[in-house]
Design a protein around this ligand. Sequence first.
Ligand code: PLP
Length: 429
Amino acid sequence: METAKSAQLFAAAKQYIPGGVNSPVRACRSVGCDPVFIERAKGVHIWDVDGNEYLDFVCSWGPMILGHANPLILKAITEAAAQGTSFGASTPREIELASMVVDAVPSVEKVRFVNSGTEATMSAIRLARGYTGKKVVVKFDGCYHGHADSFLVKAGSGLITLGIPGSPGVPEDIVKNTVSIPYNNPEVLEKTLRDPALDIACVIIEPVAGNMGCVPPAEGFLALLRQLTSELGIVLIFDEVITGFRLAYGGAQQYFGITPDLTCLGKIIGGGLPVGAYGGKAEIMNCIAPDGPVYQAGTLSGNPLAMAAGIATLKQLQQDNFYDELNSKSAEFAATLSEIAERTGIPVTLNRVGSLMTGFFTSEPVTDFDSAMLADTKRYACHYQQMLASGINVAPSQFEVMFVSAAHSAKDLGKAAEMTEWSFKKMSA
Ligand code: PLP
């Protein structure tokens, strides 16, 4: 595979940008190779600057549920751009997208748009603290909620991939108010939430963990979480930045039938443009400025291009059977991958919920952060490099998910399965 132009660009990027990238996982360090630079994308295909074509399963880490350069989204963005790109004032599109989110997501009565998933989660915990007058945030090991200080405690993929347990620059005084407990452990959950010494404002969870690889909630875990937080007056926050509009139109909360108090969104609701949102019960949301005292603002929040892209995306997700089709073709694809692993004698635990999946290179079940860490990352690095060379773009980290989009055809999934078999056979030889 020719990568001379990418290599040249990476060398240039490193002169000007730390590590040559604007988000660490893009440097591909954990898979032991340099990144390719992307020139363009269409549907499920992306092309790098050297002209190599790949079938894409990263999908911009989730937003591209309709594939790249979707014509209706491009049209909406172009029309919006022609009217001006930002005004720092309210526009009709904000109401249209807000009402679509309120109609779709069971917990959301009011919603505030921000510019990223990080801003959504950061603002949601500030709101929970302001509303309850309490300090402590409970999160789960291996869940990632963006890079705000309070969350950089046992925080999933990016940090695992780099081998950093937390981050320098995050004051002890801040993380002492974050308690991180194991995912899927009902005993520790109950003991922590009932601990009278903890002044708990909120619990934040990825209802399907996506940032230690795909880890589904154990049967009854989310229901227990809902029951305990309701009983104890703790605000329950679902971080649906990945799962929102991905597992079902109403997100993981619709998929599992568990309604949190607040929900964080991002990725899909921006159709590939920078966006985030947090929403929930009106009683809590009314605490945000200017109605209430909890401050949160943004120069570009509710940006007209992002709103237009979000509206155009959500309209297409409303098609009949959209999620049934996406989830059932993903289920078939996952079953094929498991079968290939078995046939080729490569130990793989394949976790899947809807169109999110991870093949962990381990024979043990993966149910939490510790079991995810048993996966063979060297083997994943080898698999990644082989897949890329054969024209399949999967995540450059074992601890991320593979995203299937509506644009992936049976033929595309068949090709990815064929190349997976080739890669596994090569590893088992
Ligand atoms: N929450 C979850 C579950 C995420 O997966 C991410 C990013 O991948 C974030 C929050 C942060 O979103 P952003 O990268 O847009 O800041």
